[in-house]
Write a protein that binds this ligand. Structure first.
Ligand code: HEM
Length: 281
């Protein structure tokens, strides 16, 4: 009787092997650049984990920003279907990012301290991919732009995101589209300022939730926004908790109070009325 398991796989004759004049996998993905960008500053074994986790997180943040910008455009065009598709993807990206904390939590406080000094004042607080995401989602804070002042390209990109309507601002215009009344003053507010909860928005969401069949697309959009906030908050929480596990209540390399500063972010809601509506229903 033949055994279904083999210990050897034949090379198939049609497999392409000559990439002298042909684009390979590595060429397409620029692997020479990506895989030569890990340059630890210490001789400590665990610094590689620290670098790779940050770099891979930055790639996921970049993709999440790319998708969220698309969702904003889709909603501006009243294209709910495509917006739902990309918003669902963003949620899964955040889940993926949150999961990566389980790998980082294998870094012990003692091993981190062996190379922490080499990081100088560099910190995730200066992550422009992350800051752009916060701005796209509506958590605007002009003061946070200051750390990017000496990089004109990044500064400009972030300032643009700060001053543009967020995902939630565009959503509010869709409420108006459907005949729901919102305060004019709230609609024409300066969108570069931090978002403040508004009673007319809460009332509009109450109508949507109480008559979900009539406002089904808005209802579904609202629940997808709640999904996004939920998964984003999981990332914020796991970051704060992993940081606490690794450095306790030491100050951050970026100069903040550390865990205390990160905890404050947990109180920030992108879509406050969507959480308040649950109490009111
Ligand atoms: C040993 C691991 C880590 C430690 C000890 C740590 C520590 C900190 C601390 C203390 C802050 C506050 C700012 C400061 O003073 O530096 C911060 C902010 C931040 N870190 Fe980390 N972090 C770690 C890993 C990561 C990773 C893997 C990412 C992924 C990109 C990341 C992204 C961020 C971001 C985006 C902020 C800004 C958060 C905000 O504005 O609320 N961190 N981190």
């Amino acid at each position: 009787m033949s055994c279904p398991h083999n210990s050897f796989r034949e090379m198939e004759k049609d497999i392409h092997t000559d990439f002298k004049d042909d684009m390979s996998y590595g060429d397409y993905l620029k692997l020479d650049k990506i895989l030569s960008a890990q340059t630890p500053l210490s001789a400590q074994h665990d610094e590689m984990l620290f670098i790779v986790i940050h770099q891979s997180s930055e790639l996921w943040l970049k993709l999440a920003g790319h998708e969220l910008s698309e969702a904003i455009e889709n909603l501006k065009q009243r294209d709910f279907g495509h917006a739902f598709k990309v918003i669902s993807r963003v949620k899964q990206i955040f889940n993926q990012l949150t999961h990566s904390w389980t790998i980082l939590s294998t870094l012990t406080p003692v091993d981190y301290l062996k190379f922490r000094d080499a990081l100088g004042h560099s910190s995730g607080f200066q992550s422009y991919g992350y800051r752009k995401l916060e701005f796209l989602l509506g958590n605007k804070n002009k003061a946070f732009l200051k750390v990017h002042e000496n990089d004109a390209k990044v500064y400009h990109e972030l300032k643009e995101a700060l001053e543009a309507p967020s995902l939630y601002d565009v959503t509010l215009s869709l409420l108006v589209d459907q005949g729901l009344e919102l305060d004019q003053k709230h609609l024409s507010r300066d969108v570069s300022l931090p978002y403040e909860r508004n009673a007319s928005v809460l009332n509009a969401w109450l109508k949507v939730y109480r008559d979900a069949d009539r406002y089904f697309e808005l209802y579904e959009l609202a629940e997808k926004l709640v999904d996004i906030e939920d998964s984003f908050q999981q990332w914020r929480f796991k970051h704060m908790y992993t940081v606490q596990r690794i450095i306790g209540h030491k100050k951050g390399t970026g100069g903040s109070s550390g865990v205390a500063f990160l905890k404050k972010a947990l109180d920030i809601s992108f879509f406050p009325e969507l959480f308040e509506v649950r109490t009111q229903l």
